[in-house]
Design a protein. Structure first.
Length: 84
């Protein structure tokens, strides 16, 4: 089960992003035990789905580093209403 399915394109092909993990931990500058908690982080995991919602490994192979960054921005925008 996905937290969200977000419309996107991969190499110009209509697709969906199936988000199964989204965690946005805001920085806590009082927490000096952990640099991760001190600085905050965003953890995102997703699958690329075809336009009908089925897993599409053939589309995932078309992802580039830039397209992954764009997809992550779409996910942040979807959940938090802002982008990095």
């Amino acid at each position: 089960m996905y937290l969200a399915k977000i419309k996107t394109t991969v190499s110009g092909i209509p697709a969906l992003i199936g988000v199964f993990l989204y965690e946005n931990v805001v920085p806590d500058h009082r927490c000096t035990d952990s640099d991760v908690d001190f600085n905050g982080y965003i953890d995102i995991e997703f699958n690329i789905l075809d336009s009908k919602g089925r897993l599409a490994p053939w589309l995932s192979k078309k992802l580039t580093e830039k397209s992954i960054e764009q997809i992550e921005e779409q996910i942040i925008q979807h959940f938090d209403g802002w982008a990095r």
